[in-house]
Ligand binder design. Structure first.
Ligand SMILES: Cc1cc2nc3c(=O)[nH]c(=O)nc-3n(C[C@H](O)[C@H](O)[C@H](O)COP(=O)(O)O)c2cc1C
Length: 354
């Protein structure tokens, strides 16, 4: 491999290529993580959407599919976080990723046990905070990235963070190929992390009907909206998002209640209890009742698309990069291709020009 592609990231994570598959709710399954790791990348399990009771089984399933190291994503601020940290340590998982609400004590516990702490941040001040709290490396996600996202594009956030912190920085948001990897390394990053590109692989659990929507999406159709859960989130424009974007406050309440029927079945709470808690949350905070209901129901709308394969009835979290992707390679084909392309770019850059 080209020497520029051998970075501290692989040394620490124990993978061949400086490429991370990020945690995506319901998508970063043991199968996808193992396919990534077996292909030479480093995958994170979507721990934040895995019920605590299933977490150990999911970890063991991943171990049965790969003998390579892998990571787990967790919300360190949530109830049950301590139990997840204990499982990570028990099963000697290589790294943990996290975002909002980092927990100093749990980070210390992980680090004392030799687990690498690699949070994802979308703003320079959060990168500085992450370093202060003991992060071993940090993933920065630029605004073009999928799911919850910030306002600053990768090309500006990456140099900002590189100038502000001493820990190794991994670039995310908009990556899909070897040109992007070579560019990130040229900036000074130690690797790239990708969500959407791994979602769009033959090893992804997302049903084909939904993947077709991702393949057809154009760059300008992957927009940021705060109508799903009150926070800016990048998604492909579709029937449901159009309805949410155009909905009045009353409309949002209606949509929330309508989706609530499905949610109620899923988790077995009564509609009365759901509306009562949403009403309480709306009264105590600055979100509207509609937004609060939607935040509770966002998981249902995401699962409809990415788990059940009903893309017109749910939402489609995605990076803008989906607009540039039109194939579904295996993780192995993808990682090999990215490494070969990056090597070609790096060699071309250093070749004599006439
Ligand atoms: C469908 C989808 C679901 C995601 N779910 C999560 C999640 O549950 N937790 C999280 O920290 N990030 C989540 N993300 C963000 C990704 O982990 C990653 O940071 C982002 O996709 C990088 O940008 P890219 O899509 O341009 O590669 C999600 C992204 C996508 C596309």
């Amino acid at each position: 491999m080209h020497p520029a592609l051998q970075t501290v990231m692989q040394q620490r994570l124990g993978c061949r290529a400086p490429i991370i598959q990020t945690a995506m709710g319901w998508i970063a399954t043991p199968q996808l993580v193992a396919a990534t790791c077996n292909a030479g990348g480093f995958g994170f399990i979507a721990g934040a959407t895995t019920p605590l009771k299933d977490m150990e089984a999911v970890i063991l399933q991943t171990k049965s599919l790969t003998d390579r190291p892998f990571g787990l994503n967790a919300h360190l601020y949530m109830a049950g976080a301590e139990a997840i940290v204990d499982l990570v340590i028990k099963h000697q998982i290589k790294a943990v990723s996290y975002g909002r609400g980092p927990n100093k004590q749990l980070i210390k516990k992980l680090k004392d046990a030799g687990v690498l702490c690699i949070p994802t941040v979308g703003a320079v001040k959060h990168a500085i905070k992450a370093q202060e709290l003991g992060a071993d490396m940090v993933v920065i996600q630029g605004g073009e990235g999928g799911g919850h996202t910030g306002a600053v594009p990768t090309s500006l956030l990456l140099p900002q963070v590189l100038d502000a912190v001493k820990i190794p920085v991994i670039a995310a948001g908009g990556f899909r190929d070897g040109r992007g990897l070579a560019a990130a390394l040229a900036f000074g990053a130690v690797g790239i992390a990708m969500g959407t590109r791994f979602l769009m692989t033959a090893d992804s659990p997302v049903p084909r009907t939904t993947l077709d929507r991702y393949i057809k999406a154009q760059v300008d159709q992957v927009i940021v909206s705060d109508k799903l859960d009150g926070l800016p989130q990048r998604m492909i424009m579709n029937e449901v998002l159009t309805e949410l974007e155009n909905a009045s406050k009353i409309g949002l309440v209606y949509r929330g209640l309508k989706s609530g029927l499905a949610f109620r079945k899923l988790i077995g709470v009564s509609m009365f209890d759901m509306v009562k808690s949403a009403w309480g949350m709306a009264r105590s905070g600055d979100s509207t009742l509609g937004q609060t209901l939607m935040a509770a129901l966002a998981p249902v709308l995401i699962q409809r698309s990415v788990v059940e394969g009903r893309p017109s009835e749910g939402v489609l979290p995605s990076g803008q990069v989906a607009g540039l992707i039109d194939d579904l390679p295996t993780c192995k084909e993808l990682i090999d291709r990215i490494v070969t392309e990056a090597e070609a770019r790096l060699t071309a850059l250093t070749a004599a020009r006439v």
